[in-house]
Design a protein around this ligand. Structure first.
Ligand code: HEC
Length: 183
C-alpha cells in the first residue's frame, strides 16, 4: 500500500479507496470466480477439496495429478450437460458457456439453477434449462460437475480430459452407491 497516497489524501474514505485499489492490483495474480478464491485449504475423506469458504474446489498437484472430482465432473458434464452447453463448458448457440457463467455464479447459484432449472422465453428465443432435481445421474454428481467447471472457469484446466488423477476413495464410492440407490 503506497503510504504517501494515504497521507496526502483528504479523507479516510479516499485513503480506504486507495487501499482497496492497491489490494486489487496486488492480488491480481490469484484468480477468483463467482465463489471467490478457488485455492483449496483442505481435503475430506471423499477426496473432495474445499476452499476457505467451504465451497467445493479443484486441486492439481505439482506433478499434474488432478483431484477425483475434477475428473469425475469432466465425465458427468460430458454425459449430461454438453449436448446444450457445448464441449468443455465452451457454450453453444443454444446455452451459455458455463466456464464463463462460473465467473459470476456462486456455488449455491449454480446448485439451485441445476436443481430447479430455468426458462427464458422471449419473442426471439425459447431457451430452457431443464430441472435436474430428480435426476440422480446429475444430482449425485453436482459437486463433481461444479468442481470441473470451476477448474475450467479459472483457466487451471484446458480443453482436455484430466488424464492423471487421484484414485476414487472408498468413502466416495460408498456415498455414490447410497446416493444412486436412493432414487
Ligand atoms: C436441454 C438443454 C440443456 C441441458 C441438457 C443443460 N442445460 Fe443448463 N442451460 C440451458 C439453457 C438454455 C440455459 C440458459 C437459460 C436462460 O437463458 O436463462 C442454461 C443455463 C444454465 C445455467 C445458468 C448459467 C448462467 O449463466 O446463468 C447453469 C448453471 C446450467 N445451465 C448448468 C447446467 C448443467 C450443470 C447441466 C448438466 C447437468 C446443464 N445445465 C444441462 C440448457 C441446458
Amino acid at each position: 500500500m503506497p503510504q504517501s497516497l494515504c497521507r496526502r489524501s483528504i479523507s479516510t474514505i479516499a485513503c480506504l479507496a486507495a487501499s482497496v485499489l492497491s489490494l486489487t492490483i496486488w492480488s491480481g495474480i490469484a484468480t477468483a470466480d463467482g465463489s471467490g478464491d478457488p485455492k483449496s485449504v483442505s481435503r475430506d475423506e471423499n477426496g473432495k477439496y474445499v476452499d476457505a469458504q467451504g465451497n467445493p474446489t479443484f486441486h492439481v498437484s505439482d506433478d499434474g495429478t488432478w483431484d477425483w472430482y475434477t475428473y469425475s465432473g469432466y465425465r458427468r458434464y460430458h454425459s449430461d450437460c454438453h449436448v446444450c452447453h457445448g464441449p468443455d463448458g465452451e457454450g453453444s448457440s443454444y446455452a451459455p458457456a458455463l466456464k464463463d457463467s462460473l465467473q459470476k455464479l456462486s456455488y449455491s447459484d449454480f446448485a439451485s439453477t441445476v436443481a430447479g432449472g430455468r426458462v427464458n422465453v422471449t419473442s426471439s428465443q425459447n431457451n430452457v434449462m431443464p430441472s435436474f432435481g430428480n435426476n440422480p445421474n446429475v444430482m449425485c454428481y453436482l459437486d463433481d460437475i461444479y468442481v470441473y467447471l470451476r477448474a475450467r472457469s479459472d483457466g487451471a484446466l484446458g480443453r482436455v480430459r484430466p488424464e492423471k488423477k487421484e484414485d476414487k476413495t472408498k468413502a466416495y464410492a460408498k456415498a455414490e452407491d447410497s446416493c444412486m440407490g436412493a432414487k
